[in-house]
Design a protein around this ligand. Structure first.
Ligand code: LLP
Length: 431
């Protein structure tokens, strides 16, 4: 839950507003974004990593308002597509404070990034280096980092682990591609190499993976300095800091992370006899994840008999996998609470499901809800700030929900609900 969330007589309050009052205006489903909480988490990273640059990873959730808050709080912004870059630039983010990721940036995307004066482009392939060579020189320069694969098995879901060898991101340190890419970029007149970049995966709790990655990247850095005589001034250790989705998760706080990471880098650099590079990190989930919750209205309640005689109550809400794909895609765990009233009814084992046409459309796999949960009740699911609205879809022609920012008792729609006209706008009719 975000820091201002609490209950008053069973009613959930966020940002100084009663959620039932809030959704009476915007309807459900809706994402409620606690602005003070978001800013506080951004500041906590900025302060803990004061000697670093902190890039907020916009893929977790980005809109114009959030891009502005990031800039106001003194963070930089990581974008990974032309669309995210457009939002960042429209929000007025200083291009020099933007990092641009992606394993398949097109020539026109790269041209745009170079023309805009993006602070750093994180290159991910030799094809991309070639494209950059073709558009730089003659006064146009690109500042780049090279994304390397550190060969780490991050302990997270397979789809969101990104530093083992057999996946699409980065250039391998092990097979020499990373070193070769460094050599190639250093030889390109219009490209300035800032340093190496490693991102090991997402929703990670164990700092061991970062430690191994930092060691391997710094070893490469030392080789570059030995063999090519070049000191790379910067290094990025990526994002991936885990958050609590249920009470069983125990995330590290930014200050602790900062201490651990700095210690490793300091120690390794001393051992390798190289100067410490300026570090940067790219947290997304850890800043926006806890700052949002999703509010749904219950539509139907259906007890189902399980093998062995137990009963599971299926509670269908007015959204589902179109606004939160994470349960279906990663088997993610969420929790939820009755947000509109108090209840003394004995709890029942419930599963919160959406309204889409498939059985895997589950929002919360298991939760104990009051036994009198009924149509019209509001349910709130915490921790939906990261990768829920940003991965939302129009499956079954669902209208993607709004994001309502709340702060000090004031609500502001920062992303409006889609309308059927939005859906029809791309449908060319019967030609
Ligand atoms: N930097 C890079 C290069 C990344 O690829 C990512 C995430 C981040 C930073 C931010 O990671 P974070 O701090 O948010 O964990 N859709 C998945 C997560 C995919 C993460 C992709 N890259 C999910 O819902 O769990």
């Amino acid at each position: 839950w975000s820091q201002t969330a609490h209950k008053v007589d069973g009613e959930l309050h966020v940002g100084g507003l009663a959620v039932p009052d809030l959704v009476a205006n915007v309807n459900t489903p809706a994402y409620v974004l606690d602005e003070a909480d978001f800013r506080a988490r951004a500041r906590a990273f900025r302060d803990a990593f004061a000697a670093y640059d902190v890039f907020y990873a916009g893929k977790a959730f980005l809109c114009t308002a959030v891009a502005r808050w990031i800039q106001e709080e003194g963070l930089c912004l990581d974008v990974c597509s032309a669309g995210e870059l457009t939002v960042a630039l429209r929000a007025g983010v200083d291009p020099a404070r933007i990092g641009y990721h992606g394993n398949n940036k097109t020539l026109s995307e790269l041209r745009r990034a170079v023309a805009a004066g993006i602070g750093r482009i994180v290159v991910d392939s030799f094809d991309e280096i070639e494209r950059l060579e073709s558009i730089t020189g003659d006064g146009a320069t690109a500042r780049v980092m090279i994304r390397v694969t550190a060969g780490v098995e991050a302990h997270t879901h397979e789809y969101i682990a990104t530093a083992h060898e057999d996946q699409k991101f980065g250039l391998s340190i092990t097979n020499g591609q990373a070193f070769e890419a460094v050599r190639r970029v250093l030889a390109a007149p219009g490209i300035e190499l800032l340093g190496l970049h490693s991102h090991i995966g997402s929703q990670i709790f164990d700092s061991a993976g970062f430690e191994v990655a930092a060691r391997r990247v710094l070893a490469l850095q030392a080789r570059v300095s030995d063999e090519l005589g070049v000191t790379l001034p910067e290094m990025d250790l990526g994002g991936g800091f885990g958050i609590a989705y249920t009470t069983q998760d125990d995330p590290a706080d930014p200050a602790q992370l900062a201490t651990e990471m700095s210690k490793i880098v300091e120690h390794e650099c001393r051992a390798l006899g190289i100067p410490e590079p300026r570090l940067s990190i790219e947290p997304g989930r850890a800043i926006v994840g806890p700052a949002m919750c999703t509010v749904y209205t219950v539509g139907t309640v259906k007890p189902v008999q399980l093998d062995g005689g137990a009963v599971r109550t299926y509670v269908s809400v007015d959204g589902g996998m179109s606004d939160n794909i994470r349960t279906a895609l990663y088997d993610a765990d969420y929790s939820c609470t009755l947000a509109s009233r108090a209840s003394d009814a004995p709890p029942v084992l419930a599963r919160v499901v959406g309204k889409h046409c498939e059985a895997g459309d589950i929002v919360v796999k298991d939760e104990f809800l009051p036994g009198d949960v009924r149509p019209g009740d509001l349910l709130a699911v915490p921790g939906t700030g990261a990768y829920c609205r940003s991965m939302a879809s129009n499956y079954n022609h669902a209208l993607r929900p709004p994001v309502v920012a709340v702060r000090d008792g004031v609500a502001r729609v920062v992303v409006r609900r889609e309308t059927e006209d939005d859906l029809l706008a791309t449908d060319m009719g019967d030609l």
